[in-house]
Design a protein around this ligand. Sequence first.
Ligand code: BTN
Length: 232
Amino acid sequence: MRFFNFEELESTNDFLKNNAELFQEYDIVTARIQTKGRGRRGKVWFANEGAAIFSFLINERKDLNSYDYIKLPLIAGLATIKGLKKIENLNYMFKWTNDVYLNKKKLSGILVEKAGSNFIIGIGININNNIPIQVKNTAVSLKEITGITYSLFTVISSVVDSFSKLYDDFEKGKWKEIIEEINHMNYLKNSPTSLKIGDKYIEGIAQNINIDGEIEIFYEGKIHTFSMGEIV
Ligand code: BTN
């Protein structure tokens, strides 16, 4: 695990993507300030100074099919929770597909992208940053909850270390155990949920995340499964 720390980058994901040949697996790029942070679905990811902003790289494995990589965001979400728990043991929840919630507010977002024969795992975690007033109802930082200022290096190391352990487990065939663990922290479980797919909205009660990493939603008297979509 090597750290490459930058004062300012447009996006740690873009930097890794554009310079992938310079980096090895589990090299970590961090930025104290990120000026063009990207979220999922082309959205902007904004985080004040003090957030953990980082991306790391995973090489493609020839023996894993591309379908398996749909599971990477779920593994990254669980790794974020496990990594954080080692630092501050709070009741983090995993919100399908890629978010970590704390006290019913978003603590972390994850953006997994394919770049050539690599995968870039980009993670933003609200750690020491102040949450702007406009999003106070929906986002939270760790410091706001505990009053403690954390070492971002320690947080990031812990999360990437958890990811590498989980990824080893995944390669050893322990996906079922991983998905079970994720389901123990399933934020949406038994909640009224609205899923946006294109222009369509699915309304129902969320159930488990199934073995294929899909969310189950109960409506019209039965369970339907979805592999993509935005929870709104
Ligand atoms: C989301 O919630 O939509 C995903 C947000 C992902 C943000 C992280 S911050 C580090 C990395 N660099 C980026 O440009 N995005 C990810």
